[in-house]
Design a protein around this ligand. Structure first.
Ligand code: FES
Length: 184
């Protein structure tokens, strides 16, 4: 008659007892590491969800210089890029914003962002209109809508002169701080 044993080859065995000894040792060694490791990862993930900063919360905004008023002259809209620091969570980045200064309209500043889907418009001196390269919206020299899928004219930005410099106001998110839309 066969007697049940835990370590022999005969008789009835449990599943764990059938594992080779080196493998059993390795499992016993790694099991606590796996348990503590996954618990630690869960804790870290929860801490990150709790402590991470939300994007845009600490974004910088305010007045940004477009250029020297004395140099912003002529009959044509002047394309300018303004650069500003944007804080997003823990990281800061430099972003660019394209605008058009209208020297013939008292230094009025228009956003270059097309109101349809946000592509930057370009000034065509030949046709005397702003044209959007994406879906062919067109705007007059004052930013008024002439045609195409855009439903409004270009956005007019808050602007001021400060110590000889023309400045525009950017919202805390870094987006245009619009003074209004040019009708059309
Ligand atoms: S983004 Fe300008 S027409 Fe569509």
């Amino acid at each position: 008659m066969t007697k049940p044993t835990l370590d022999g080859n005969e008789g009835e065995h449990s599943g764990a007892a059938r594992l080779p000894e080196p493998l059993r040792r390795r499992i016993l060694l790694w099991l606590p590491a796996l348990v503590f490791g996954s618990a630690g990862a869960s804790l870290l993930a929860a801490a990150y969800r709790l402590l991470r900063p939300r994007a845009g919360e600490a974004a910088a905004g305010g007045w940004v210089e477009v250029g020297n008023v004395a140099q912003l002259s002529g009959a044509e809209p002047l394309r300018r890029e303004v650069f500003f620091e944007q804080q997003s969570g823990w990281s800061a980045s430099t972003r660019a914003q394209t605008v058009f200064v209208l020297p013939g309209a008292g230094g009025r500043v228009l956003s270059a962002s097309c109101p349809h889907e946000g592509c930057d418009v370009e000034w065509s001196a030949e046709r005397r209109e702003f044209q959007c390269p994406c879906h062919d919206s067109r705007f007059g020299p004052d930013g008024a809508r002439l045609g195409g899928p855009a439903e409004h004219g270009l956005a007019r930005l808050h602007s001021r002169t400060n110590g000889g410099a023309l400045e525009i106001l950017l919202a805390p998110s870094g987006e245009d701080q619009q003074a209004g839309r040019v009708p059309g």
